[in-house]
Design a protein around this ligand. Structure first.
Ligand SMILES: [Zn+2]
Length: 240
């Protein structure tokens, strides 16, 4: 097999320089293409002079630069698809991998999480997808924890509350005892499980004692003797 003879050549197309690979081959005509990675390649028969090829490449300058830009953009998008980000869930940093898919989903896979969105290369869509995915995850995790903890409040005669999840600026949770609604801050998802349990217990406790009276704290301490440590840990871990 004959050794491939490829040289790198540079031509000016207006203000911009184009560098291309030139291969001499037994071809009839001069061929020019922009590869997937954005590199420019030309093959030409030996009878055509290098100067002629340079002139041809330069004459197609605008087209080449456009194609290069397009390929580079495609590469960039592909890289974004594989882009890894971090997600803090239940007090642990987990890798977040973006994936293209028709159905929006955020799910655990191995050590990390997969965020599936239609247009992962669109930052607005990606952020929206992530927020909605986190809403689902909060709903699932917080509701599960509420189910586990509610029996404590049930013993005190409290009806099962409805769970709402919101992004709140200055508090971890709130309780409307009259309406039987507990609202939890979405950002609690970043905190360790014990911190979330502390907030849920605090709000459940309000179903029985709507104030912050001694009786309130008495019951809270009976449910969770180390609640103060979890409160401190929460305040240190997640800054509102
Ligand atoms: Zn309170």
């Amino acid at each position: 097999m004959a050794e491939r003879k490829i040289t790198i050549r540079r031509v000016m197309a207006g203000e911009r320089e184009i560098s291309y690979q030139l291969e001499r081959k037994a071809v009839k005509n001069l061929n020019l293409r922009v590869r997937e990675d954005g590199s420019v390649y030309a093959s030409a028969p030996r009878r055509v002079s290098a100067a002629e090829i340079d002139a041809f490449v330069a004459s197609r300058g605008a087209f080449i630069l456009q194609a290069v830009a397009r390929m580079e953009e495609r590469q960039r998008r592909r890289a974004l698809l594989e882009q890894r980000e971090q997600l803090r869930i239940l007090g642990e940093e987990r890798p977040l991998v973006l994936r293209r898919g028709d159905k929006l989903a955020l799910f655990q896979e191995g050590e990390g999480f997969i965020l599936q969105v239609k247009e992962p290369d669109d930052p607005v869509q990606r952020q929206k997808g992530l927020e909605r995915g986190l809403d689902y995850l909060c709903q699932e995790i917080f509701q599960g924890m509420l189910e586990e903890l509610y029996p404590l409040a049930a013993k005190q005669g409290a009806a099962k509350p409805l769970l709402r999840i919101r992004r709140m600026k200055s508090r971890w949770g709130s309780c409307l005892p009259g309406k039987g609604i507990i609202t939890l801050n979405k950002r609690l998802l970043e905190a360790p499980r014990g911190c979330i349990q502390y907030v849920i217990l605090h709000e459940l406790c309000h179903l029985i004692h709507p104030d912050h009276s001694k009786r309130f704290y008495g019951l809270l301490a009976a449910w969770m003797p180390d609640w103060k440590e979890w409160k401190t840990r929460l305040e240190e871990t997640v800054l509102l």
